[in-house]
Structures are given as C-alpha cells and as structure tokens.
Design a binder for this molecule. Structure first.
Ligand code: GSH
Length: 405
C-alpha cells in the first residue's frame, strides 16, 4: 500500500516539476506554457490528486482497522500496536543498563507484588532476574524493572517494545506463536487448567457443573478452554469473564460464581488467598495442557537465543549439580561440562553476544532451576508443589537440558 502511494506521489511531483520546468525554461519564445498545454497538465494533475486522495483514504481505513486490533487474536485487547520487529534487543538492554520484564503481580509463588517481601517475587520473577544476570553481568539480577501486565495487556506490552521479555504464566499456543508477532522460548513450567470450587457446593467432578457459573480471567487461554471443554461435553455453564483477578476472587468467595478456573499453579495461590482456604478444593481433573514460558518478539533471533540459553543454563546447572551454594567453589572444577557452563572454558557466551561467565552470573545471583523452583513453589513453600512434570527427565519429569557446548 505504501509503495502505491509513493508511486502516485512521485507521479504528481513529476508532473508538477514538468509544468514548472516548462513554465520556467519555456518551450516557446515568450517563455510561457501555451494555455492549452497548461490546461491539460492541470486536468491531469487534478485527476491524479483525486486518485491519490482515494488511495490515501483506503490506506487510512486499513491502518485504523489494524490499529483497532482487527488482526490480533480476539482474546487480546484491541489497541494500537507498533511492532518492533528485528530489534537489537540485547544491545538496547546493555546500553540502557536495565532489563524490562513483563510480569504478573497477582499470582502467589509465580509473580506477586508484595511490598512486605521486598516487592516482586516468584518463580517467573526469578527467571526475569536470571535474564538480567545473563545480559548485564555483575548485579544484573538487580537491574530489572518489573512491569505488571494483565492477561490482556501482556502481548501488546511486548509487541510495542514496552517490555524486553514477557515472563507471566503465559501459555504457548500455535495461534499466539503465529499471529502475534511473538516467539515462545523454552517452557519453564508445565501446567494444566483446573477448577476451584467451594466444598459446600457438592461439586466433586467437572461434569457436575451443569447450569453453574464459572469465573475466569479475560484474555487468557483459560476462558476459551473452559468454554470449549464444557461445550464439547454438552454441559451448559455460564462463563463470567473478569479483567481483575482480585475482584474475581472476591466474587467467587461471595458466591457470584460456583467455580473459579485458571492454571492449576495459579489456582493454588488463589486458594491460599481466600479467607478459609480449607473450605475449598481444586477438582482433580485437568481441563487442558498449559506449557508456560518466556515470550519475546518475533524477528530478533539473537535475543530469543539469549533468553532460551538463560533457561537452558538453569536446567544444565541442575543436571550437573551446580547450584547457588556451590557455584563459587565449582569455578575451580576441571570437569569440562562444568567449565563450559560457568565459562571458565571460554567461548560459549560470546556466541550469544554475552560474557563467557553469563551462566555463572545466573547461578550465583539467582540459582539453578531447582533453586528457583524450590524457593518459590516447591514442597517447602506454601504452594507445596511437587516437581512432577517439572522435574528433570532423569527424575521422571519432562525437563530435558539441551547440550551446553
Ligand atoms: N496461562 C494462561 C492464563 C494466564 C493468566 O492470566 N491467569 C490468570 C489466573 S488467576 C492470572 O494470572 N490472573 C492474574 C491477573 O490477571 O492479574 C494464559 O497464558 O492465558
């Protein structure tokens, strides 16, 4: 569309210049354009101008459709989107000296803003810090700005460049990967969608929810999954969408809805925030698969690699027995795998545009995968989540560290 406009504009300009040239240089003795020739040019100019206006109006219509979000996933808030495709994200972060990370502020254990506990904390927050340590080196984990996002705002924040990376319990789906101009990196938490109900409701299974109402956060996979799940089973339920998870919890608590559906990881935290958590239960069935992981903009392969290998660093460290407590000592290790991981055998970091000790910085400042998991959501925490799927493959889970070499 832009090329067509440019061609028309160029055409008009040429005609104008031509008429000026004819007028200036003269094609006859008295240095003026004959009236008939001038009128022809004028008519041609008017025609082209009208055509140009039409093309411009068409362009503006398409542009405003685009800006109103016509081309976005229906679940995503419709607002102007400026795609930052092909950025040099790593360079920008290093020049700025800070990383911006899109996060959740309302999900205990994963992304929670709690001033009493020093601000943002959680599993996702620690992965933001890990990316900060990998990209900014010494104290890099402290040079992260956490920008809380709702289910709806998160993708726009990433697309527009407001955040460098999104680590906010975000599920990888084919549609999101292909339609939003984004890329999903390694999954950091394998989850599934569940349903929280009040014990007094008598509901013990999902198919006992006929005619019941269900609260769900807008702009999430949870909303769509719930609708599809119950439609498929011909179970009529009333889905009540919320933008605010706090209001949703209050409404669930006061009985406005019978069920509260979300990723199970988030549900456990939501249950803990209820007045009497023991009066509620999460039904045993899973509604869906929810692989959650960091998201970056499509088109910046180097930045994608950086985020990907930061996660791989935490997985490889757990695999090799390198953790936050022993990493300092293990810098003297002669084991070639550990040397590559910590950069005492140089070369790998540079391939990513990072310092060779980037993974050492991640482990020392934040920890390996197990350190991050255990301290935020593991069995010693209020969430009390066993590793299950999120254990290394050798321990019966699905986490498979990719060769760090
Ligand atoms: N993983 C799903 C769901 C993510 C999600 O937003 N979950 C809700 C569950 S409560 C949430 O985090 N709400 C907190 C908020 O919106 O502040 C997705 O990517 O769409």
């Amino acid at each position: 569309m832009r090329t067509r406009i440019t061609k028309k504009a160029a055409g008009i300009l040429t005609l104008l210049l031509l008429s000026l040239a004819l007028a200036a240089c003269g094609v006859n003795d008295d240095a003026t354009v004959p009236a008939s020739q001038f009128q022809d040019l004028q008519a041609q100019y008017n025609r082209l101008e009208a055509e140009y206006d039409q093309v411009l109006a068409q362009f503006n219509r398409i542009n405003s459709d685009f800006k109103s979000g016509e081309f976005l996933e229906p679940l995503v808030e419709k607002q102007p989107v400026l795609y930052h495709v092909g950025d040099k994200t790593l360079q920008v972060i290093q020049e700025r000296g800070r990383l911006t990370c899109g996060v959740n502020a309302n999900v205990p254990g994963f992304g929670l803003l709690s001033p009493g506990r020093g601000g943002f904390n959680g599993f996702d927050i620690d992965f933001c810090r890990a990316v900060g340590a990998a990209t900014l080196g010494e104290r890099g984990a402290t040079k992260v700005d956490f920008l809380p996002q709702t289910g709806r705002s998160r993708f726009v924040a990433l697309q527009s460049g407001e955040v460098d990376v999104l680590i906010r319990n975000t599920t990888l789906t084919l549609t999101r990967d292909t339609e939003l101009g984004l890329d999903f990196t390694t999954t950091i938490f394998y989850d599934g969608q569940g349903m929280l109900v009040n014990n007094s409701s008598g509901i013990r299974r999902l198919d006992e929810m006929e005619t019941r109402s269900i609260c769900v956060t807008e702009g999430t996979t949870s909303a769509d999954n719930a609708q599809v799940f119950f439609d498929n089973k011909n179970i009529e339920v009333r889905i009540l969408p919320y933008t605010d998870s706090e209001l949703m919890r209050e409404d669930y608590q006061s009985g406005v809805c019978d069920g509260f559906t979300a990723d199970k990881s988030a549900l456990i935290g939501q249950q803990l925030l209820l007045e009497d958590p023991a009066a509620h239960r999460i039904l045993p069935e899973d509604i869906s698969r929810e692989p959650l992981g960091p998201v970056v903009r499509h088109g910046d392969d180097n930045w994608r690699d950086v985020v990907e290998w930061t996660v791989q660093c935490t997985l490889n460290a757990e695999y090799l027995g390198v953790n936050k407590d022993n990493v300092e000592d293990l810098r003297a290790s002669e084991d070639i795998q550990i040397k590559r991981l910590l950069g005492t055998e140089p070369g790998l970091g540079k391939k990513l545009g990072l310092a060779d000790d980037f993974c050492y910085q991640v482990i020392r400042q934040v920890g390996n995968y197990a350190d991050i998991y255990d301290s935020n959501v593991g069995i010693a925490t209020d969430l009390n989540l066993p590793r299950s799927l999120n254990a290394l493959f050798r321990d019966g889970g699905v986490l498979y560290p990719m060769p760090f070499k």
